[in-house]
Design a binder for this molecule. Sequence first.
Ligand code: GLN
Length: 480
Amino acid sequence: MFEFSSIEQYHQSLQEGNITCAEAVAHYLEQIKKTGRLNAFIEVYEEEALQKARELDNQRRQARPLGKLHGVVIGIKDVLCHKDHLLTASSKILEGFTSIYSATAIERLLTEDAIIIGRLNCDEFAMGSTNENSAYGKVLNALDETRIPGGSSGGSAVAVQAGLCMVSLGSDTGGSVRQPADLCGIVGLKPTYGRISRYGLIAYASSFDQIGIFSKNIPDAALLLEVMAGADDFDSTVSERPVEQYSSSLTENKKYRIAFFNEALDHPSLDPEISKAMKGTLEDLRQKGHNVQPVEFDLLEYIVPAYYVLTTAEASSNLSRYDGIKYGYRTPVATDGLTEFYKETRSKGFGKEVRRRIMLGTFVLSSGYYDAYFTRAQKVRKLLYEKIKLIFNQFDFIFLPTTPAIAFRIGEKMTDPISMYLADIYTVMANLAGIPAISVPLYTHSSGMPFGLQVLSGRFNELSLLRVSNKLMEQYPKQK
Ligand code: GLN
């Protein structure tokens, strides 16, 4: 039976003739079928993936040069444009919509000979933390099917967790890659804002959104980042900085300067077991000679509210394009005038959480309340930005929990959106500040569920972030 451990090993097996791309794809197709109840995939490109695999196998036989992602089987979140494929953002409002172009990130994967095996379930328009807000149904955590996998990229996380593809893509606006990675026990990387082009990524909150990567190990995430990152004429917010060869320079022996916040580790919402595990790791690193220090951080209580004001404001504008006229779902009901038509289409086309956020966003931008909410939230963002800059003048990394608790039970938080929002306390910081962050799967809870350690670094310092994460995974193989 085919067993995947890393892209490097897979490539070696291909070269040695122990496996073919077609066999790898067939293996994943079978696993996907067997685990259909997890509901990770919205659509599987069965024939297309097999066909591509056969072509790649032929290419290898003819000793033609191989792409960096030759035959790598990848699943993509249903918010990424993939030419001539359906794309819905897990929303009824985009039912039947076919992409007419591919996202830059997807183009780059394909140029390096990746095989895209299917489209992955997520919260509608990437809004949520449990994958329960999908028009295609919830996704189950493969380690305990009574629990959520996290969100919004729940399908992408489970696809890697359950071995349904090698690596996957998600999007991270406030934690949607790191949080499900944490709850599923895998690696989740959110790069710096502007590292990977957002062209072809369905917008939720444009000044926060970033494409992210799920993998089982750090070298695979590094390789995918290396392929997708870098300047793009179609997205002016992407940095022109040259892209480092992340995957070939992961080892380093250095004493790091690590900051942590007591306000975060002693927060009342944090599971004491998670706090204890993290404190243990920090202490151990200190004993190994790293410079580990607490930094005062008094903005913790403000960042979730600021995040929800700013992202809903941006979402209310971004989602105004779904009007039933240009594309997607259109109400079949005969309406009296254009306003009624919009109302009918958007009320039926969008789910409850998306409607809630559009209304909240419209409210915080309305003329009478703009200064009270939107402007103040922008001020918090600015303060956080300054604070983070100061911290990274003195430290290489900030260590934080990824989430305050292990994966909750399905349905547990659906009636309490505020408590669901508050659970984003540790992830939204990186998006507000535009810095890279990663969830590294280091721990197992007494319940048997996994959780991770979150590492944040300065802008465009992905290389250091990946190096330290690699080291952590080597040094602390799944602690109890
Ligand atoms: N849980 C966050 C939210 O609901 C994260 C979303 C995301 O990163 N796309 O907004």
